[in-house]
Design a binder for this molecule. Structure first.
Ligand SMILES: *[C@@H]1O[C@H](CO)[C@@H](O)[C@H](O)[C@H]1NC(C)=O
Ligand SMILES: *[C@@H]1O[C@H](CO)[C@@H](O)[C@H](O)[C@H]1NC(C)=O
Ligand SMILES: *[C@@H]1O[C@H](CO)[C@@H](O)[C@H](O)[C@H]1NC(C)=O
Ligand SMILES: *[C@@H]1O[C@H](CO)[C@@H](O)[C@H](O)[C@H]1NC(C)=O
Ligand SMILES: *[C@@H]1O[C@H](CO)[C@@H](O)[C@H](O)[C@H]1NC(C)=O
Ligand SMILES: *[C@@H]1O[C@H](CO)[C@@H](O)[C@H](O)[C@H]1NC(C)=O
Ligand SMILES: *[C@@H]1O[C@H](CO)[C@@H](O)[C@H](O)[C@H]1NC(C)=O
Length: 497
């Protein structure tokens, strides 16, 4: 299996260290302080579980804390004056030895200028994942060594600076899209979104991540593409597609709306997987509590006159403050909230009446993805068994958008019996073909697959609705339902299987 290792054995023999079983421990000794445990009223069991989840998260930091990494904290002098889409910093080569990226991919990181929801300039970090063999594309003719560019929007990783995919070993979404894209020959610029990664504005103020405010993250997606092209002009295509899933699906859809005014050159279209459309309707559909906890700080960043206690009970405020203080991301969030509610199912963390307040209505209107004009074409992907973004909500917004803007090309693919992140796997052939069509490669098929809407689906103007799953060779219930693997960092050669 690993001949080099065998050949190297003789050389190693004299300096042999004792092997340890993996994992022998996390690479983190994080422990809540007594004051933190008391302030959040945690039982010993909950505190233990939060410690374990935080140690897990921190063990997955490829480059340590973003607060200790000058890449994220030290900005050049032009950071306050540069226009949106400007590149502020380039790390042309990022050492991947502490990441879990597939062989024959390479990594860079950039910091660039984006715009928050109200148009304030904000510095944002992103990774660029490079293919080895660029995929054939229209702009790649004439011997230019450019790779076609996809600007990727990740789903929820958390709310805080430390939740940035660019410093997580598997770049957070791994094979569901960014690894698959890069292995298929695309360069992927993966924004962290404003407030994750780069923690401070140039004046030193904290950047709040405007969670689920899709147009803000949509700006991050568009300007990430523009900045990556500025950073690597000879190596990236002049054209790009925006793509995202979940929070990032909403961001991608909103990017298509923002593009009407942003007009970033080279835009070819959008892929929106399991998109957040109306964040307020989604919060209500999911039963308020978790959604409001995640969104509370985002509300504050939009409506300065609000305070956390307008949205959350004292227990909810304590939970959000603890998460902020310890920079807890998805694992810590889910562990803390799950444990608190398991210990006391009647524990109220949110003031659910807030979702019918004028603030919530206005936030919903300001942040809507869908039922708005957009720069087409767009491909929307949705699983019918999605627990996080219910299929009827996405269908409702596809319907509204198609009815209001029937001249735009919108293709909606519904995957039967497929859940949230797995929809990106179930539909991979569809979005890969769609990307080829956008970039002008392989036009006319040649892959032996059916083309848009051919022989199936419903046409409504230029809207095409397509259902998949009925051709599956096995009964739908036999398919692996969720994502039950995780890419673990290997500490020694014997662990690579
Ligand atoms: C703290 O939690 C316990 C249950 O673990 C509960 O009985 C008590 O009321 C809580 N105290 C406060 C101040 O919320
Ligand atoms: C463990 O974390 C420390 C501190 O962040 C870092 O210096 C070290 O490289 C990490 N070890 C591994 C194996 O990632
Ligand atoms: C901002 O300054 C950095 C560092 O000097 C430079 O690399 C970058 O190109 C500048 N960006 C713009 C848009 O001028
Ligand atoms: C715009 O939003 C930023 C944060 O994104 C905030 O600091 C600023 O005060 C807001 N400006 C206005 C005019 O609301
Ligand atoms: C900025 O964030 C840090 C860490 O979360 C926090 O300790 C500090 O109070 C914040 N500063 C302001 C002005 O909000
Ligand atoms: C929602 O926003 C749209 C445009 O963005 C505006 O025309 C409409 O009046 C707003 N509706 C409400 C209820 O605020
Ligand atoms: C969407 O439109 C289709 C076709 O008109 C209709 O059958 C379906 O009920 C609509 N669904 C929702 C959730 O609006």
């Amino acid at each position: 299996m690993r001949p080099l290792r065998l050949l190297a054995l003789a050389a190693l023999a004299s300096s042999q260290a004792l092997l340890k079983p993996q994992p022998s421990s996390f690479n983190s000794t994080f422990t809540l302080t007594a004051a933190q445990i008391a302030a959040a009223n945690l039982s010993a069991a909950v505190a233990n579980n939060v410690n374990v989840a935080a140690q897990f998260e921190r063990s997955n930091w490829a480059t340590g804390s973003v607060r200790d990494d000058p890449f994220y904290t030290s900005l050049p002098a032009n950071a306050s004056s540069a226009a949106a889409g400007a590149v502020l910093k380039v790390e042309a080569w990022t050492d991947t030895s502490r990441y879990t990226v597939p062989p024959t991919l390479a990594l860079s990181r950039i910091v660039y200028q984006s715009l928050t929801l109200n148009g304030t300039r904000v510095p944002v970090s992103a990774y660029v994942l490079w293919p080895y063999l660029p995929r054939r594309h229209r702009g790649g003719a004439g011997g230019r060594k450019t790779a076609p560019l996809v600007s990727w929007g990740h789903g929820t990783s958390g709310l805080f600076a430390e939740c940035a995919p660019s410093h997580i070993r598997n770049l957070w979404y791994q094979f569901s899209a960014p690894y698959a894209l890069a292995l298929a020959g695309y360069a992927v610029v993966g924004t962290d979104y404003a407030g994750m990664g780069v923690p401070f504005f140039p004046d030193g103020g904290n950047i709040t991540h405007q969670y689920i405010a899709s147009p803000a993250a949509g700006n991050d997606l568009l300007y990430a593409a523009q900045a990556a092209q500025a950073a690597f002009p000879d190596r990236l295509s002049k054209e790009f597609v925006v793509m995202g899933h979940s929070q990032g699906g909403g961001a991608a859809w909103a990017a298509a709306q923002q593009q009407l005014t942003a007009r970033v050159p080279g835009y070819l279209g959008t892929v929106a997987g399991s998109p957040v459309t109306n964040p307020i309707e989604l919060t209500v559909a999911l039963g308020n509590s978790l959604g409001l906890l995640l969104t509370a700080k985002s509300f504050l960043s939009v409506f300065g006159e609000l305070s956390l206690s307008d949205m959350l009970t004292p227990a909810g405020v304590a939970a959000v403050n603890l998460l902020d203080e310890i920079q807890g991301c998805n694992s810590v969030f889910n562990t803390l909230l799950g444990d608190l509610l398991a210990a006391d199912p009647r524990l109220a963390l949110t003031r659910d009446e807030f979702v019918s307040s004028p603030y919530a209505r206005l936030f919903g209107n300001l942040t809507l993805a869908g039922d708005r004009d957009f720069a087409g074409p767009m491909l929307v992907l949705q699983g019918t068994a999605d627990q996080n973004v219910p299929e009827p909500l996405t269908t409702e917004y596809v319907n509204k958008t198609c009815a209001a803007f029937p001249h735009h090309e919108l293709r909606y693919v519904r995957a039967s019996a497929v859940s949230h992140t797995p929809v990106m796997y179930a539909t991979q052939q569809i979005w890969m073909d769609w990307l080829d069509e956008r970039f002008g490669a392989g036009v006319g098929g040649g892959h032996g697959r059916r083309r848009d809407g051919e022989g199936f689906g419903r046409h409504t103007g230029r809207c095409i609705v397509q259902e998949i799953g009925s051709d599956a060779p096995q009964p739908l219930g036999h398919y692996q339902g969720g994502l039950n693997y995780f890419l673990e960092y290997s500490l020694d050669d014997y662990q690579v299987a």
